[in-house]
Structure formats: C-alpha cells, structure tokens
Ligand binder design. Sequence first.
Ligand code: PRP
Length: 206
Amino acid sequence: MLNVALPKGRLGEKVYAMFEAAGFPCPSIKENTRKLIFENEEKQVRYFWVKPSDVSIYVERGAADIGVAGKDILLEYEPDVYELLDLNLGKCRMAVAGPKDFYDDGEKTLKVATKFTNIAANYYNSIGRDIDIIKLNGSIEIAPILGLSDVIVDIVETGTTLKENDLEVKTEILPISARLIANKSSFKFKGELIESVSKSIEKQVK
Ligand code: PRP
C-alpha cells in the first residue's frame, strides 16, 4: 500500500489529479464528504487530506510514504525527507515587505514579524543584519501597520494582500513552489514504486 499525504485545498486537488493520471485513481475521493482518508485497495493506494503545513510531518515520521509540501515549509522546518520533484504548482515568493515609506538604514535592530522564523533568521544572518523576530501565526500584514514590527517576512502570491494594506515588497528572498517529498525509509523499501510514481508525475509537470 502506498500512503500519500495530500495538502487539503485547491492545490491538493490538482495534485490528486496528477496521481490519478499516473495510474493511482481513487474515485471515492471525489465524493463530497468530510472524510479525510480514501483508499483504493485494487490499486494499493491510500490518500489522506492533511493541513498543508503538516504534510512534511506525516512524511518525515513515515505515516505517509510520499506527499506534497511547499518549499516554504521544507525550508522552515527542515524535515528529514527526500525532495523528489518540483511540481511547478502553488508558485509564490517569500519576501520582505513593509510600509512604502519605510527604509531600513541599518542603524537599529530591525523588528521582523513572521510565521517563518527560521527562513527569516537565515536570510538576515546571510546578509549580516541584526533582527528581533516576532513570531506570529497569521495576518502578518497587520504588524507593521500597528508598529509591532518594521517589516514582515511572508509569502506573496498575487500581491493583493500587501497592496490592500499599503505595504510593498522590499526584497524577494526565495521563489516557492510545491514539491513531491518521500519518507527516507519508504524510499528504500518501496523505492521502485515511488520512483515510477514520481517519473509519471514528472511527465505531467508544466
Ligand atoms: C498568505 C500570506 C499572505 C497572502 C498572500 O496568507 O501570508 O497573507 O497569502 O497572498 P496574495 O499575495 O495573493 O495576497 P494565507 O492565506 O496563507 O493566510 P495566513 O498567512 O493569514 O494564515
């Protein structure tokens, strides 16, 4: 049985379609239920919907053999998994953003609000800038408006959230996209199967 952790949501639906086309259909997944686990015994595949940021936890610990996670999550939590493939989906950027009139003159410690503390720390460390990190869990854009931080490090997709809150991108840190990942011991014991799934999905990457 191949256990696949899919990120719940629109991205996950696109990813499931790729697995289906790769020869691992599971028709029951399309029933509109609140079930989270779906199995096709004949094809020996089991899918489960998990919170996108949790996919790498399931895969790292072997509850899933493979899964799809954003590069942001992989860089932030550094799970011990194999990254097999860039799916070229869920594309966005990790960026530093702040108020239009804010300019970092490098004089005082920079206050940075973010969900991605590891990515932010690594980035500012690489440019030798002292920062004070403020860890938030969402709605990060509010922080510089209320003076909680000078800037934010966050995901920018369309840029609409920044625009509607009078913020702008100051620096782009990294491009982000969804990746196919595998558990290390599953890759040893189910390597052929995982490689064939990965190859077949690779052919569908646009
Ligand atoms: C992400 C990100 C931004 C927004 C960017 O938030 O944190 O707020 O998307 O998208 P845009 O550039 O297309 O406007 P998400 O919806 O994941 O929610 P959260 O960070 O508040 O949890």
